[in-house]
Design a protein around this ligand. Structure first.
Ligand code: C2E
Ligand code: MG
Ligand code: MG
Ligand code: MG
Length: 289
């Protein structure tokens, strides 16, 4: 390449990098105001019990509608919020809003669905995290037993003797605890049965190829078996096809979540979806008789 071409490449790359830095700085600064400006919203993705495909819960997923950058996804801004400390306020916003939405949904106790909320390790390490979210539950009027806190394996970059008491405290307050994206990060088998977990979620990256790739298939079966032996609920995320679902069911996976059943929905659409599911179930009962 000529000198001029190389200089062109350099300008091109440094342009890209400065664009990335600008975008990150924008996000950093504006995230602080996104809550007050009402740009953040929650979507809810249904989780089904595998044996009868009954909708038993939803996972809250945050969305940001930025006025100029458009839709920004959490994979991009959650880590930025963690760096700046904004995650505390963001996390509490998500927790309260999700509790309110789900509380307003279900009328009778039998149909009360579970709510799963993603929690950043940074939030978990805040000294009063447990009591603060318990307060929110009391305020809103939702039983903490209906709430699952989803933690990623990133918590294990902290020492086990720091993490374990924090998790035990949350369990004592009534919250269920799920290990999200299981199999992708730092967890080891000894963590799984020494921590007070109630659930593991098989990462999407295994689910999307386990029908084709034998190693992934083995991993999926092993994780389901580990979950069963440890008395944990096993949830598969990212289930996109009927074939994936049927195989997971045959392996004994307890719950499934993914586009095959439903995408993340607004609370309005979720509410309509639940109504349809329930009326379908009722008509099934009618046919049984
Ligand atoms: P996650 O908790 O593992 O959430 C699952 C992600 O997979 C979601 O992406 C969901 O939209 C997507 N998904 C669900 N089903 C399917 C499927 O069948 N196919 C495919 N291709 N994708 C599927 P999303 O909403 O972009 O969230 C990404 C991650 O951001 C989440 O991963 C979670 O770690 C984090 N996150 C989302 N909301 C929050 C939040 O309120 N607080 C914190 N701390 N993290 C959050
Ligand atoms: Mg999750
Ligand atoms: Mg996950
Ligand atoms: Mg994930």
């Amino acid at each position: 390449k000529s000198k001029a071409d190389k200089k062109g490449d350099f300008l091109f790359y440094s342009n890209c990098i400065s664009k990335q830095i600008k975008r990150k700085m924008n996000i950093q600064n504006e995230l602080l105001h996104a809550i007050e400006k009402d740009q953040l919203s929650l979507h809810y993705q249904p989780q089904m019990r595998a044996i009868d495909k009954k909708l038993v819960g939803v996972e809250a997923l945050i969305r940001w509608k930025h006025p100029t950058l458009g839709d920004i996804f959490p994979d991009e801004f959650v880590s930025i919020a963690e760096e700046t400390g904004g995650i505390h306020e963001l996390g509490l916003f998500v927790f309260r809003r999700a509790c309110e939405d789900i509380c307003a949904l279900s009328s009778n106790e039998e149909d009360a669905i579970n709510l799963s909320v993603n929690i950043s390790p940074v939030q978990l390490l805040e000294p009063d995290f447990g009591p603060i979210i318990l307060d929110i539950c009391h305020d809103v009027g939702i039983d903490p037993k209906r709430i699952t806190l989803e933690l990623t394996e990133n918590i294990f970059i902290h020492r086990l003797d720091v993490v374990k008491p924090l998790l035990s405290k949350l369990r004592e307050l009534g919250f269920a605890l799920s290990l999200d994206d299981f199999g992708t990060g730092y967890s080891s088998l000894s963590y799984i049965n020494s921590l007070p977990l109630t659930e593991i979620k098989i990462d999407r990256s295994f689910i999307n190829k386990f029908l084709e790739i034998y190693q992934s298939d083995m991993l999926v079966r092993m994780i389901i078996e580990i979950g069963r032996l440890c008395g944990l609920l096993v949830v598969a995320e990212g289930v996109e096809t009927k074939e994936q679902f049927q195989k997971l069911l045959s392996y004994g996976c307890n719950r499934v979540q993914g586009y095959y059943f439903a995408r993340p929905l607004t609370i309005e659409t979720l509410s309509e979806t639940i109504a349809i599911f329930q009326s379908e179930n009722e008509s099934n009962h009618y046919l049984d008789k």
